[in-house]
Design a protein around this ligand. Sequence first.
Ligand SMILES: NC(=O)c1ccc[n+]([C@@H]2O[C@H](COP(=O)([O-])OP(=O)(O)OC[C@H]3O[C@@H](n4cnc5c(N)ncnc54)[C@H](OP(=O)(O)O)[C@@H]3O)[C@@H](O)[C@H]2O)c1
Length: 228
Amino acid sequence: MNPVILITGATRGIGFAAAKQLAARSTQVIIASRDGTRASEAAARVGSGAVGVALDITDQASVQATVKQIEQQFGRLDVLANNSAILLDHYQSLLDLKPEVLLETLNTNVVGTLRVSQAFAPLLAKSATPRIINVSSGAGQLDGEPQAWAPAYCISKTALNMLTQQLTAALPEVMVNSMCPGWCRTEMGGSEAPRTPEEGADTLTWLALDAPHTLRGKFIKDRTVIPW
Ligand SMILES: NC(=O)c1ccc[n+]([C@@H]2O[C@H](COP(=O)([O-])OP(=O)(O)OC[C@H]3O[C@@H](n4cnc5c(N)ncnc54)[C@H](OP(=O)(O)O)[C@@H]3O)[C@@H](O)[C@H]2O)c1
């Protein structure tokens, strides 16, 4: 049976690159976007039977509807790739950061990821080798010198990493990890970034299909465990 893989926020950037890599490996890719039409168009570009679904990770009803749709169509989920995120405060100083911006960022990057993971847990439980991949960022790493860039985004990715650890403890049968794609040329990463989206997606694809199921509760970049 081909692995059934859901990638959130996958109509562009790293998610779309991962969708192409995974579809080329004979998997059933499901591309999610807040805009169902864009999701279907992206799935058509990927080919290999990929399908698109509408999913807003900040909206409980949207998440429930997507769970129902995937349950009816595929009966299970093997890999949940939580790739969706927002970056609203690029070069803002923490001292100027509006609490609403932090709340909105946390609501998507952390609460949204939790909501999707909770909702898909029953479908993941129907898989023989269930996996959750949280696309985090080195920007959330506590290791190293303090940095002043994008505080809301960085705080959200640190919280996402703890969510990965909490999910690992809560879901003993599921292989849950955080990963960092590196700085990639996407809408979020900008044109100056040194990596292609495909290079950023490589670790996601590896975690989805090739990494041993015993690799759990880790933070991974370039297929290698890195410090939190
Ligand atoms: N690019 C980098 O250099 C870099 C570095 C480190 C980590 N990352 C991480 O890698 C992941 C992908 O980033 P990217 O660079 O490919 O970014 P991107 O091109 O901006 O893609 C992010 C996606 O998130 C989706 N999204 C935003 N809000 C959503 C919501 N409420 N519900 C569902 N989906 C939502 C958007 O999809 P729709 O608009 O279609 O809904 C969008 O396609 C993110 O988690 C990011 O933090 C990126």
